[in-house]
Design a protein around this ligand. Structure first.
Ligand code: UGA
Length: 457
């Protein structure tokens, strides 16, 4: 139930390991697309796998939940759990799914939460199943999903671990059988109780968000100290107790999961009488990351009114067309509010971005966006941007000025190409005036230590 990023990948994965899967969704248009083999969003490898599994006859889709549920041995709830205004997870779709299951699923069905939900949600699901199930018996379980957008297919087929929270032997038996083809390849299975499984998912996402905010706070510190956050992260990350992953400083985390999950864990902890102000700080530092990039643009360009800014990347991260809670769009909003003309480009997410932010101008590619721009800002770490020809970029821009919100470029190459280059948490590159061409503005008065650093690197 639910054919979003998690639900659809789950459908395809289970079909590919030999199960018979029927996907259903309240969004009729989405199901009609899926019936024609078209995924409603971009995910590498998904379209091919969807077509292949649909052709095999193991995977089908139905707009009618009753049809999908009629003979189900196991039902996965993969619906959205967006944040309410106060940060709570909105669990209405969970309740509606439970009602449908109660009405249409057979006696003995195992009902599995795959959506990320606050600890204790399974109890609510079970209550609904019992109230509305006409005396039929249901087993509730939790099976949190850890897949990342952009790498979802491989994450689902080769996960680091499979976690199942269960409270009945029937759930364990069904889920072990379901996952047997993956478990047979040696993938680690962690079996625990339902609340622990629910909490472990929120804890994992909040911890990763905290890692990102930690490194972004360090980036602010490195900018003031004249240190290099990428090197600091390498040093920290080479300690296996810390690990290098999720220590890339940048514009902060976005996407559909981290922002809502940090908020939901905060609300859960408040409700349980143990507030986690640590997470307030994680959120504050995350917002500061976008502001820090905007401040660099302002510092370099002076007034933004009428200035043209090329924004490279609009998706919340590379490898996806998803712009939900994209830091790139948060930065675009901030620059637009200051009066700039923002011209964005993205290999996949341009039209979604335009839908969210109509004031954004779109370019077909990075060179078109950069043409005549007073500054270029890297907002999403698409590998293709790394391959841009720096000489051409410099020639077509009004000012040769780059703010790198994802530390995508090599500072020494940027120095060699004659750019004013402002990375994140690393010393900026400021060409010597003699070799510099036309400097956008002459610094007057107090110049911050960041600006005074030369392109020694
Ligand atoms: C995240 C988790 O990584 C998955 O394990 C989880 O299953 C998923 O949420 C979910 O709950 O559904 P996802 O949102 O697809 O996956 O994206 P991530 O790769 O985790 O990136 C999240 C954000 O953090 C992106 O905006 C990314 O640019 C940013 N990030 C990541 C950094 O700023 N620095 C880093 O070092 C890593």
């Amino acid at each position: 139930m639910g054919t979003g990023h998690v639900g659809l990948v789950t459908c395809v994965t289970f079909a590919s390991i030999g199960h018979e899967v029927v996907g259903t969704d309240v969004d009729v248009e989405k199901i009609e697309l899926l019936q024609r083999g078209i995924p409603p969003f971009f995910e590498p490898g998904l379209e091919e796998a969807l077509k292949q599994e649909s052709a095999s006859g193991r995977l089908s889709f139905s707009t009618v939940a009753a049809e999908a549920l009629r003979n189900a041995e196991v039902v996965f709830i993969c619906v959205g759990t967006p944040a309410r205004a106060n940060g709570d997870a909105n669990l209405l779709a969970m309740e509606q799914s439970a009602s449908e299951i109660a009405r249409h699923a057979p006696d003995g069905a195992v009902v599995v939460e795959k959506s990320t939900v606050p600890a204790g949600t399974a109890d609510r699901v079970l209550t609904t199943l019992q109230r509305e199930g006409g005396g039929r018996e249901f087993h509730v379980a939790s099976n949190p999903e850890f897949l990342r957008e952009g790498a979802a297919m491989s994450d689902a087929l080769e996960p680091d671990r499979i976690v199942i929270g269960i409270e009945s032997p029937r759930s364990l038996e069904v889920l072990s059988r379901l996952y047997a083809p993956l478990l047979d390849t040696g993938i680690h299975l962690i079996v625990t109780d339902i609340r622990t499984a629910e909490l472990a998912k929120h804890a994992s996402n909040a911890f990763l968000a905290m890692k990102i905010s930690f490194v972004n706070a360090l980036a602010r510190l490195c900018e003031r100290a004249g240190a290099d956050v990428a090197d600091v992260a390498d040093v920290m990350g080479s300690d296996p107790r810390i690990g290098r992953a999720f220590l890339d400083a940048g514009l902060g985390y976005g996407g559909y999961c981290f922002p809502k999950d940090v908020a939901a864990l905060k609300r859960l902890s408040e409700r349980l009488g143990y507030a986690l102000p640590l997470l307030d700080e994680v959120e504050r530092v995350n917002e500061e990351a976008v502001e820090a990039a905007a401040a660099k643009v302002e510092e370099a360009l002076w007034n933004l009114e009428g200035k043209r800014i090329a924004l490279l990347g609009l998706a919340f991260k590379a490898g996806t067309d998803d712009v939900r809670f994209s830091p790139a769009l948060a930065l675009a909003r901030r620059l637009l509010a200051a009066g700039a003309v923002v011209v964005g480009c993205d290999p996949r997410a341009a039209s979604n971005a335009k839908g969210e932010l109509p004031e954004l101008e779109l370019a077909d590619n990075a060179y078109e966006a950069a043409s005549g721009a007073h500054a270029l800002v890297v907002a999403t770490e698409w590998p293709a941007f790394r391959e841009l020809d720096l000489g051409t970029l410099k020639e077509i821009m009004a000012y040769p000025l780059v703010v790198d919100g994802r530390n995508l470029f090599d500072p020494s190459e940027m120095a060699g190409a004659g750019f004013w280059y402002y990375p994140t948490g690393r010393p900026p590159v400021v060409p010597e005036p003699a070799a510099a061409g036309s400097l956008p503005i002459e610094p007057v008065g107090d110049v911050s230590p960041i600006e005074q650093r030369s392109a020694a690197r």
